[in-house]
Write a protein that binds this ligand. Structure first.
Ligand code: PLP
Length: 365
């Protein structure tokens, strides 16, 4: 029995362990974690092989600030290099932001059906997570505003949102930012930005350039399909970028991730292919679901929510799919008990998923 306890604010912390399928074998269909359907770009794969042959690099620490990677990010997204902060996945940056800006008792607002890492990170940092209700499965800026108190320090929102896949338009986000006190940090998590096909959408970079209290977060885990290497970045006002750079761990991005990330950023052809693949099979599955009158929430991202008639039916479908080696995500942790979240996979995976779903519904409904 140890006398060493975590700090008081963490004694009731429940671990956030997303129910991803542990099974990564090639014979299973993993539609549970919104990973890029086509895997990484062939150029990134080649870079990984090349890097691993350079044995003289393994025992060397990575660069503390990886200017080559930052340069490629800034080129692809037309952003200023000084304002980019790299991290070991965007999860790492979410925690870094909370640890940096929250004093004990400060409130951090997150959204009802939003990414569960946000409240977890707020709590770990010693802050108080405050939930703002969604409206019609979409982030409600009004409800966020109503949740603001004089202790509010941070607001997290993902756009498009995970797990609902819904998005907010650029104009409403802009007028929201203008209404919020300038000493509250607004974090726009744009992990799924590239998949959005909607003229009203903005990834939020332009707000970072105008307002001094906005951060945009991005990841290499989705479009660039490098989830295993853990790579993410934040685009911040310069003062915030400098603070984050001084607080973060000195070697928070590993050399292999950076090398592969650079190759992925340069492979514009593959990015286009991944985006068009996602758009095609997202439209395809939505059409099929409509055809079979299966309820779902239309999404702007590389996943969507399927709605079942009851909690039992949803968990029955999850089990049935799993028995057939198809992994999707149960939504109990989000209190969306009749829903399952499904990522867009390859053509064959989507067909198998649909066949299996129809066979389940045919048997059970
Ligand atoms: C909204 C959102 N932000 C961040 C992440 C995590 O990204 P990373 O793999 O870079 O930590 C995810 C992953 O599912 C996500 O859905």
């Amino acid at each position: 029995m140890t006398n060493i306890l975590p700090k008081k604010s963490l004694r009731d912390l429940k671990p956030y362990r997303p129910a991803v399928a542990e099974n990564k074998n090639e014979d299973v269909i993993r539609l549970s974690v919104n990973e890029g359907a086509l895997g990484p770009s062939p150029k990134a794969q080649k870079a990984i092989q090349e890097w691993s042959k350079q044995k003289h690099l393994f025992h060397r620490y990575p660069d503390q600030i990886d200017h080559n990677l930052i340069y490629e990010i800034s080129r692809l997204y037309a952003l200023s290099e000084d304002n980019i902060v790299l991290g070991n996945g965007s999860d790492d940056l979410i925690q870094l932001i909370c640890n940096t800006f929250l004093d004990p008792g400060d409130e951090g607002i997150y959204t009802e059906y939003g990414f569960l890492v946000f409240p977890q990170a707020i709590k770990i940092a010693g802050g108080i997570p405050v939930k703002a209700k969604d409206a019609n499965f979409t982030v409600s800026l009004e409800n966020i505003q109503k949740s603001i108190t004089n202790r509010t320090k941070i607001i997290f929102l993902a756009n498009p949102n995970n797990p609902t896949g819904t998005m907010l338009g650029s104009l409403s986000i802009e007028s929201f930012i203008k209404r919020v006190r300038s000493d509250i940090l607004i974090i726009l998590d744009s992990a799924y930005a590239e998949y959005v096909d909607n003229d009203n959408y903005s990834d939020g970079a332009k707000f970072v350039e105008v307002f001094r209290n906005v951060i945009m977060l991005r990841t290499f885990s989705k479009l660039h399909a490098l989830a295993s290497l853990r790579l993410g970045w934040a685009y911040c006002p310069i003062e915030i970028a400098n603070i984050l750079k001084s607080v973060r761990a000195p070697f928070s991005v590993n050399s292999l991730a950076s090398y592969a990330g650079i190759a992925a950023l340069k492979d514009r052809e593959f990015q286009k292919l991944s985006i068009s693949h996602n758009a095609k099979y997202r439209a395809w599955i939505f059409n099929k679901l409509k055809q079979y009158q299966i309820d779902f929430i239309p999404s702007e991202a590389n996943f969507f929510l399927l709605n079942f008639k009851s909690e039992e039916q949803a968990s029955g479908a999850l089990e049935y799919l799993e028995k057939n080696k198809i992994y999707v995500r149960g939504m109990q942790p989000y209190n969306l008990k009749t829903y399952l979240r499904v990522s867009i996979g390859t053509e064959i995976e989507m067909q198998k998923f649909l066949d299996c779903l129809l066979s389940f519904l045919g048997n059970k409904s």
